[in-house]
Design a binder for this molecule. Sequence first.
Ligand code: 2RA
Length: 356
Amino acid sequence: DKPVLALVGATGAVGTTMINILDSRESVPWSEIRLIASARSAGKVLRVRGEDITVLELKPEVFDGVDIAMFDVPDEVSAEWAPIAASRGAIAVDNSGAFRMDPDVPLVVPEVNPEKVTDRPKGIISNPNCTTLSMMAAMGALHREFDLQALVVASYQAASGAGQPGVDQLYAEIAAVAGKDLGVTGGDVAAALTAAGVPVGSDAGSPFPAPLALNVVPWAGSVKEDGWSSEELKVRNEARKILGIPELKVSATCVRVPVVTTHALSVHATFGREVTVDAARKVLAAQPSIVLRDDPEKGEWPTPSEAVGGDPTWVGRIRQALDFPNTLELFVCGDNLRKGAALNTYEVAETVAAAG
Ligand code: 2RA
């Protein structure tokens, strides 16, 4: 019999993208798709693959008969409910941060470590953070060929990484400054936002600690030791776990930019084996989930606005670092709601289903 799939968090930003992905699949391996959300959203009717489905309230019984339950909910909701789903016999594929670094929970990117889906003692599989995930297909392919040793990464993260509130905030900020001549300096954006009644800073209720319109903010996530952000540590720890290189040297700086959706990363990658730009291009071009867009003379490189809404990771600006042997510079763009979240979660669910 075909398995039963559940989607927990069906009405959120990632849940909505998940339904788009289900709709766009030519065929699906599920006998039933169950939509689950908090009491507030329960009872809503959503159309999935041409069928109206009523959203069920998150309760232990809704997992009865479910084979695979995808979770797109906050960390604390996953921490409580993924084990409940597992205790009811479902395999939970969780997109929160609750279990990613748990040694008994695999952290899976199907292009990199699909074999890990069967190694799940807790009945839970984790999906990586969207920032890490945006570069994993590319780095996994390059690692297989050239033996990755070190990564220095700067992210350019979109507002929707902070969910629907992040999207709403960026649009409100853009509306507040649009059509205004703030002068050659760009003026005092914070003052312009405050004057327009748009909150500035976390204390005022913005998902961002500083104005994002006409600005970049070198911060994402929460404060960790020694000045690091949680987001930067996730890039390091998750990259090591997914690639299976516990000693991988990683240093990241995570930056929020005024882009609605699609994270970009500037990557400085050092390899143990000799690598050339041509060899790297060949490896990347052979990956079905990667679009190579790398012809600077023709003005071709990846940008978030081209990558958004699609499944592939876009890679370009591949250069041999001038002063670092066996080191490449590259620029990667990936839709943080699709491959960065919903798509990878769904691909993990498909991989679990295919593994039986
Ligand atoms: C962000 N990576 O972009 C986070 C979301 N998971 O804020």
